[in-house]
Design a protein around this ligand. Sequence first.
Ligand SMILES: NC(=O)c1ccc[n+]([C@@H]2O[C@H](COP(=O)([O-])OP(=O)(O)OC[C@H]3O[C@@H](n4cnc5c(N)ncnc54)[C@H](OP(=O)(O)O)[C@@H]3O)[C@@H](O)[C@H]2O)c1
Length: 320
Amino acid sequence: MRIVVAHSEPGSGLAWRHELAERLPGAIVLVDPGTPDGHDGRHAAPAGFVADWAVGWAPPADFFARQPSLRGFFSSGAGVDNLLRHPGLPAALPVIRLEDAGMGALMVDYCLHELLRIAGRFDTYAAQQARANWTEHAPIPRAELPVGVLGVGVLGAHVARELARAGFPVRGFARGPRALDGVEVLHGPQGWHAFLAATRVLILLAPRTPETEDLIDADALSRLRPGGWLINVARGALVVDADLIDALDAGRLEGATLDVFRQEPLPASHPFWRHPRIRMTPHVSAPTQVAVSAAQVAAKLGAIGRGESVGGIVERARGY
Ligand SMILES: NC(=O)c1ccc[n+]([C@@H]2O[C@H](COP(=O)([O-])OP(=O)(O)OC[C@H]3O[C@@H](n4cnc5c(N)ncnc54)[C@H](OP(=O)(O)O)[C@@H]3O)[C@@H](O)[C@H]2O)c1
């Protein structure tokens, strides 16, 4: 088996190559020469190396033209929105994404941390500290912080279940009916309005698709419960930036925690950076765990070799 690793982040290509080679001793695993790690003398794929499988993130523009015999592309992330917009991606090439691979637990930690900050009024205390102001406030009871999780797939379901276990009232929203123990999942246009009306803290965990792009606009934000909060750990394009700022400025929304943005890195001139009601992190809520992820890819390649079906195959038409 011949595998080519094409990763746009320096260091990640060689890390993936190492972890895959460890787990697939019979395979030849090399790094694409058009990527930042592709100049390592021992591990760079020579010109003309034709692979059966590719693994990576944001491959170069000419990558697929140089790899005409691929049987599939394993995304080194859970989201495939960028890969599906790659102009060279062959229409019939199977794309397989990561399923949890350690990201679920990290996503739970991130969301729970933010909820506990909100409940404990830690932002208020941070502002008070800057003015040497000693004033106590009652914490917000968890029952008064109903959470809505948009997208209850692999990661969203994990987050929804764990937040419910931590004592927050939790609802989910998906495209169709879905059963999730301990969590009511709404769907459809009427379900959408009911979901928003019941939610005070809205967590976004749906993929970026034509349906979800700009979904969180002025109308959606205005339907949340008073004292609402937005936590976006999915993709920046789900949110209309100007509508979010308007909702915060008008006090219709109390705050927002943003991990993902339309443009990354976010330009220094963007108003999000300096907004007093926005807390930001640079797309770190659930980074790929290379060793766990490579083990998942190796296990799937083994299953495919035995003629078994595998999970995580992207439905190109629906966009995730
Ligand atoms: N910030 C980070 O570090 C980070 C890390 C990993 C992933 N992510 C993001 O998280 C997303 C979710 O990952 P995942 O592994 O949980 O994906 P997944 O298993 O494919 O789950 C996606 C969920 O979103 C729902 N959905 C899709 N379109 C929808 C729509 N129009 N309205 C309502 N729900 C919709 C799906 O509904 P159905 O159940 O009805 O199909 C499904 O429940 C990824 O696409 C990625 O963008 C971010």
